[in-house]
Design a protein around this ligand. Structure first.
Ligand code: FAD
Length: 411
């Protein structure tokens, strides 16, 4: 049996961030990825200023990325151009970085820092005494018939699969989740500096869909085009994502002069909660911990941040790392994500969604605040009006929580 300090399951942004940070601090780290090197991930490829800030913290430059100055928000016939806010906490630019290249840059940095990367290897947690289950101590991983003993196992395995199920890191059943699909298309507008999001999505029967359609210019001749929806909407189970994407593509084809899809559209889940994200000998980071913003479906930033937190806490004290990790991540993200989930129950009702959108884009100042709140770009040092809106939403939605769940859109 091999022995390492940290074994990471998954070579996405969260796993790579944990590995980079750990290996650079001299921690013996191994990463297992079931796919081959160069793997892709269904994603919008959009990096918020928060994600760009996290990349900077990891020392990853944006050479391979297309810089983005803000968001064009569209609701019905109203369009708002919203530059990213200038805050002391985050940079004033975002980026689009196709995941195949972003994830390769990250995992290359982990390897360069000294982490061992094992490709094409599905890894599963190993429990002390062979006893798996929610309370057992995790002592390492097993992959390809071999075992690695580890001081900490970092589950960075994305939307819950077998490894997460063994750890009990699954979605909280009564909480909302999302699904999204994306492809690429050639467009002469590929080098534009604004993301575009359409918030008034309609399904094939003309019913409004909580979620959004996006076109993210990648600067390499293509745009990333996709749609996402929330499980809180009525008729969610009957939603056909491929049809929804085609509808959205029809809507934007003329203005973006897009060609046909460059690859088959790919869909994936957006986990927005987790029953648990730590236990003896292990932590879950990124999507595996349910760290996705319910208001816009982004999770790369939280993945990078949670990966770094896990590694840093292990370096400080391996014994207390899982417990402290849970507390630190909770303090940083839980209130916001809880508010976002409650908000998604609210906008599951078409009438409330319509009224909310009219308010959100009705005036430039309100739309600017919406961008900060929804993008989780409020600077806690100087929260300003966006901070006050978020705090008020937090209080009101907390009080309304039982009612929101009782009256959720069904069908
Ligand atoms: C269509 C779509 C669009 C999105 N758009 C955006 C966006 O524009 N911006 C944004 O910030 N976020 C976006 N997201 C969310 C974002 O993709 C995720 O938050 C992000 O990928 C999380 O990174 P991760 O490292 O936690 O997980 P992942 O990127 O999913 O990586 C997990 C890795 O673990 C591997 N793995 C799983 N199980 C095992 C195992 N047992 N052994 C070995 N390997 C394993 C998988 O193969 C995978 O490579 C989008 C999501 C979807 C579905």
């Amino acid at each position: 049996m091999n022995t390492v300090d940290i074994a990471v399951i998954g070579a996405g942004p969260s796993g790579a961030a944990a590995a980079i940070r750990a290996a650079r601090q001299g921690v013996d780290t191994v990463v297992f990825e079931r796919a081959a090197y160069g793997r892709d991930k269904a994603c919008g490829d959009g990096l918020t200023p928060r994600a760009v800030g996290a990349l900077a913290e990891l020392g990853i430059g944006l050479d391979g990325a297309h810089l983005i100055e803000g968001l064009r928000m569209i609701a019905g016939r109203t369009e708002r151009v919203l530059p990213w806010p200038a805050t002391g906490r985050f940079p004033a630019h975002g980026a689009v970085w196709p995941r195949r290249r972003l994830d390769a840059a990250l995992i290359d940095a982990a390897a360069e820092a000294g982490a061992e990367i094992v490709w094409g290897a599905e890894a599963l947690p190993v429990f002390e005494g062979g006893e798996d289950g929610e309370n057992g101590r995790v002592v390492g991983v097993e992959a390809g018939g071999r075992r690695w003993r580890a001081g900490l196992v970092v589950a960075a395995c994305g939307a819950p699969g077998k490894a997460a199920r063994m750890l009990g890191a699954t979605r909280v059943r009564q909480e909302p989740y999302g699904v999204a699909i994306r492809s690429y298309a050639a467009s002469p507008r590929h080098a534009e500096r604004y993301l575009e999001a359409c918030l008034t999505m309609r399904d094939a029967d003309g019913h409004s869909v909580p979620g959004y359609g996006w076109i993210f210019p990648a600067g390499d001749g293509a745009v990333n085009i996709g749609v996402g929806a929330l499980s809180t909407m009525k008729r969610f189970k009957r939603l056909n994502l491929n049809t929804l994407l085609d509808l959205y593509h029809d809507q934007v084809r003329e203005s973006w002069e897009t060609g046909p899809y460059l690859e088959r559209p790919r869909a994936w889940r957006l986990p927005m909660s987790s029953v648990r994200r730590h236990g003896p000998g292990w932590v879950a980071v990124g999507d595996a911990a349910g760290l996705i913003n319910p208001m816009n479906g982004e999770g790369i930033d939280y993945g990078l941040e949670s990966g770094m937190i896990a590694a840093d806490l292990f370096v400080r004290d391996p014994a207390s790392a899982p417990e402290l990790y849970d507390r630190t991540v909770g303090e940083r993200f839980d209130a916001f994500l809880r508010t976002g989930r409650r908000f998604s129950f609210l906008i599951g009702h078409p009438a409330i969604l319509g009224a909310g959108l009219r308010l959100a884009v009705g005036a430039q100042a309100v739309a600017d605040i919406t961008l900060r709140v929804m993008g989780n770009l409020v600077d806690s040092e100087s929260p300003g009006s966006a901070g006050r809106v978020l705090a008020a939403a937090d209080r009101i939605l907390a009080a309304a929580d039982p009612l929101l769940r009782r009256t959720r859109a069904r069908g």
